[in-house]
Design a protein around this ligand. Structure first.
Ligand code: CAA
Length: 379
């Protein structure tokens, strides 16, 4: 067993750390408070190759492994969780899906631009009545000659506003459950495509989350991904990888909580000594460190299994459920260690607690991850 990172993995981790500290950190509180989408920062992430890290070089990607992707995600999220989810959706839900399931036409036309970050992608599966029960969707795409006519509504779409291309799942055959769901790539320029207003969220405020409305949108048949009826399996297998991205985001938030807790507790004097000299504080720091390292090992194991092309879905679910719960605990303790200063915006740690919460919800709630894990154990 070898826990050492390769030279390439060390380099991407350092590049992401330097970028996050130098370019993301200065404006992060301002962007969060004012819900400003990080346009310039996303452009720079694209220049660094962070928008298509795992896509092969043939399709303009970085050709790196999932461990590298996780390392970069952790470092970006350690400073700015909003920027990290923009990156995560493009990498693991959009580019990964297109490379694995798309035709050469789709890769040439869409993946190449998405992998460089020249264009941005979104993934739309959920609908107002179907979240965890994802196959219970109503969006319907009716085949008419050489196109599909799409009608319906999607919600909770990260990058819904700023994306150029959207992966859309819709029913193509009614009354056959998940076997009637198909997957498409849809250009937002198509007539009948409308974006709803951005949601006002508890956290990840400088990323956008919207509803999408489709009214007789004509999708050319070449934009069908895989075969008709394969959409639900494409969605679930893509989410397996997406969960490694979100687990890495949660890990970054947890690590940031520990970083801030260490530096503040060494600095903050009470009763004539730094609060870090109290065992009550030391126990909190130690518990955070134990949990963060455990989460990191789970995530890297899931990523490693994925890179070896072994069964990794249940491990990705374990990594996501654990890392997101660690992020919630660590960020809450971080605010506690900061006392009153932790509760105000300018210190920057209340944002960690707000941002952590979503990692227990999106790309499959903690409850759904436990369903996936239990099904694996019992099969
Ligand atoms: N990969 C490929 N296929 C899979 C699979 C996987 N990981 N898991 C299951 N399948 C297959 C099954 O084998 C089955 O196929 P057969 O009928 O041929 O055997 C089929 O898919 C259906 O499986 P289930 O019967 O298990 O499906 P289910 O309806 O019971 O649902 C679930 C299972 C785990 C609950 C699933 O629906 C799920 O993960 N729900 C959560 C959805 C989710 O994560 N949503 C997040 C949306 S993205 C987002 O958050 C927005 C964003 O922008 C970030």
């Amino acid at each position: 067993m070898n826990f050492n990172l390769t030279e390439e993995q060390k380099l991407i981790k350092k590049t992401a750390r330097d970028f996050a500290v130098n370019e993301l950190a200065p404006g992060v509180i301002h962007r969060d408070s004012n819900k400003i989408w990080p346009a310039e920062e996303v452009k720079k992430m694209a220049q660094l190759g962070f928008m298509g890290i795992m896509v092969s070089n043939n399709w303009n990607g970085g050709g790196m492994d999932t461990v590298s992707y996780s390392l970069a995600m952790e470092e970006i999220a350690r400073v700015d969780a909003s920027a990290s989810v923009i990156m995560s959706v493009n990498n693991s839900l959009v580019c990964y899906l297109l490379e694995k399931y798309g035709s050469d036409y789709i890769k040439e036309t869409y993946l190449k631009q998405l992998a460089t970050g020249d264009k941005l992608g979104a993934f739309s599966l959920s609908e107002p009545q179907s979240g965890s029960d994802a196959s219970n969707m109503l969006a319907f795409a009716k085949r008419e000659g050489d196109y599909y006519l799409l009608n319906g509504t999607k919600n909770w779409v990260t990058n819904g506003l700023h994306s150029n291309y959207v992966i859309v799942f819709a029913v193509t055959t009614k009354d056959v459950g998940h076997k009637g769901i198909s997957c498409f790539i849809v250009d937002k320029q198509y007539e009948g495509f409308e974006v709803g207003k951005p949601e006002d969220k508890l956290g990840i405020k400088s990323s956008d989350t919207t509803e999408l409305y489709f009214s007789d949108v004509k999708i050319p048949i070449e934009n069908l991904i895989g075969n008709e009826g394969e959409g639900f399996k494409i969605a679930l297998s893509t989410l397996d990888g997406g969960r490694i991205g979100i687990a890495s985001q949660a890990l970054g938030i947890a690590q940031a909580s520990l970083d801030h807790s260490i530096s503040y507790s060494k600095e903050r004097q009470q009763f004539g000594k730094p609060i870090s000299s109290n065992q009550a504080i030391q126990n909190k720091l130690a518990n955070m460190a134990i949990e963060i390292e455990s989460a990191r090992l789970l995530i890297h194991k899931a990523a490693w299994l994925k890179d070896l092309k072994q069964d990794y879905g249940y491990m990705a679910s374990m990594a996501k459920v654990y890392a997101s719960e660690v992020a919630m605990r660590a960020s809450t303790e971080c605010v506690q260690i900061h006392g009153g200063y932790g509760y105000i915006q300018e210190t920057g740690v209340e944002r960690l607690m707000r941002d952590a919460k979503i990692t227990q919800i999106y790309e499959g709630t903690s409850e759904i991850q436990r369903v996936v894990i239990a099904r694996h154990l019992l099969k």
